[in-house]
Ligand binder design. Structure first.
Ligand code: SF4
Length: 63
């Protein structure tokens, strides 16, 4: 599973990295971004989904 934050949609609410801190972090501008170059470890897939679901902007994209 790979994940990324669509920076054109993200408004920096921070819900993703609060909800799923092992998968997302905030960047230097306070926007969300995926850790580990977007590669989700198998043990963190549910957390990644929870983080995506928490985003009010639906800015988290899986591939
Ligand atoms: S919750 Fe959504 S809008 Fe907020 S920082 Fe994360 S990706 Fe961006």
């Amino acid at each position: 599973m790979n994940v990324r934050v669509d920076r054109d949609v993200c408004t920096g609410h921070g819900m993703c990295f609060v909800t799923a801190p092992e998968v997302f972090e905030d960047d230097e501008d306070g926007y969300g971004r995926a850790r580990n170059n977007g590669v989700v470890d198998p043990g963190h897939e549910d957390e990644a989904r929870s983080g995506a679901a928490s985003c009010p902007e639906r800015a988290v994209v899986f591939s």
